[in-house]
Write a protein that binds this ligand. Structure first.
Ligand code: PMP
Length: 429
């Protein structure tokens, strides 16, 4: 007989730290055993016990067309027939780079990596190498992968575990990372007035997605752009999550602010391991082999990953795609808002096209402090109630949810019916 999720988790914990290969998957944020997944298609996941779920995690972002999209699988299969990778340049890498540069005009050159973490690590090294400065400004609750300089007051899994700053990072290095409150331009300007000429880069999630979903307040991103211009430092938008999701040109297109460097991941790999760093030519030319900033990767630009990513991007280019994704996100969030209001449950609902954050809180959530003031325990009850009813949300109050193009009216209606039952039950107990 097939092993249950519980049995597999017991086995897993003997041979994998915490039983998982990435911490949030362990369900520490919500309690209970993680769901072991067997397969997925469209908006659905099936676990090893045959239970089906409507999935709002989407492999943490890449599955913007839903799971196992036939066109993407076919592109991957066709590329695989030629071999899995060569460690030498391929035409499909050029096509990927041209596509990214065309869709995101702030990017003139782009280097592929194998993960978002590597992309951001490279962006920071590039900014330091290009400016000759050491300090980095980041924002509390923003997550930029797990490289040393950035795992300081981070969001996502680290925050879920209550360890936003990791052990094992030398103080000598962490002291170069200045951390500011997200969406607080005044504090950022004050910090820049003191240290601005020592700052190599300001890095920001243009829509925070690793403390739930917290969009930028009006003027925040444009203000960061102006500060970077004033102090001649590099503005890095970490669009690993938002890139190609919230708009074809990413958050930078949605808000009309042009960064110097952009980091990408998730969607550009279509579900396979990929990241990328791109930006203005002058800075990108600092990278090896042309410049003094070293960066490399055995599997970078892997042709199978490029095939998955390119097929994903081509599907996104269909006119109307993002309007439809925004409408689906709106239908889900608006439906939930009505349901919470009818039941008088204090639920704050943030959304941008394709992404949402739901917070049990009675005031709008715009900052890290607001996120921390929301009731994470209630989120855990809501999560488990939905899970029982076949809806899979992120197993942490500090992760964004993702809607895909495969989430149709039927899935949204089923999700809302389940949510209504759960909120009602939570009210009664
Ligand atoms: N930046 C952001 C904004 C992210 O959301 C993530 C991952 N969720 C990363 C960087 C790191 O990417 P990866 O997990 O591929 O290393």
């Amino acid at each position: 007989m097939a092993r249950s999720s519980h049995d597999l988790f017991q086995e897993a914990q003997k041979v994998i730290p915490g039983g998982v290969n990435s911490p949030v998957r362990a369900f520490r944020g919500v309690g209970g055993d993680p769901v072991f997944v067997e397969r997925a298609a469209g908006p659905y996941l099936w676990d090893v016990e045959g239970q089906r779920y409507i999935d709002y995690v989407g492999s943490w972002g890449p599955m913007v067309h839903g799971h196992a999209h036939p066109g993407i699988l076919a592109a991957v299969a066709a590329q695989m027939a030629n071999g899995l990778g060569f460690g030498a340049p391929t035409a499909i890498e050029v096509e990927m780079a041209e596509t990214i540069c065309r869709l995101m005009p702030s990017i003139e050159e782009v280097r592929m990596t194998s993960s978002g973490t590597e992309a951001v690590m490279t962006a920071v090294r590039l900014a330091r190498g290009y400016t000759g400065r050491d300090k980095i400004v980041k924002f509390e609750g923003n997550y930029h992968g797990h490289s040393d300089s950035l795992l300081v007051k981070a969001g996502s899994g680290a925050l879920t575990l209550g360890q936003p700053s990791s052990a094992g990072i030398p103080q000598d290095l962490a002291q170069h990372t200045l951390v500011l409150p997200y969406n607080d331009l005044d504090e950022t300007a004050q910090m820049m007035a003191r240290f601005g000429y020592d700052v190599a880069a300001i890095i920001v999630e243009p829509i925070a997605g690793n403390m739930g979903c917290v969009p930028p307040v009006p003027g925040f991103l444009a203000g960061l752009r102006a500060l970077c211009d004033q102090y001649e430092c590099v503005l890095i938008f970490d669009e690993v999550m938002t890139g190609f999701r919230v708009a074809l040109g990413g958050a930078q297109a949605l808000y009309g602010v042009r960064p110097d460097l952009t980091t990408l991941g998730k969607i550009i790999g279509g579900g396979l391991p990929v990241g990328a760093v791109g930006g203005v030519r002058e800075i990108m030319e600092s990278l090896a082999p042309n410049g003094p900033v070293y960066q490399a990767g055995t599997l970078s630009g892997n042709p199978v990953a490029m095939a998955a990513g390119l097929a994903t991007l081509r599907l996104l280019e269909r006119p109307g795609f993002h309007t439809e994704l925004a409408a689906a996100t709106e239908a889900l969030c608006q439906g939930l808002a009505e349901c919470a209001a009818a039941l008088q449950v204090p639920l704050q609902i943030n959304r941008v096209p394709g992404m949402f954050g739901w917070f049990f809180h009675d005031r709008p959530v715009r900052s890290f402090d607001d996120v921390m003031a929301a009731d994470a325990q209630r989120y855990g009850r809501f999560f488990h109630g939905l899970l029982k009813r076949g809806v899979y949300l992120a197993p942490s109050a500090y992760e964004a949810g993702f809607v895909s193009a495969a989430h149709g009216a039927a899935e949204i209606a089923a999700t809302l019916a389940a949510a209504r039952e759960v909120l009602q039950a939570m009210k009664e107990t």
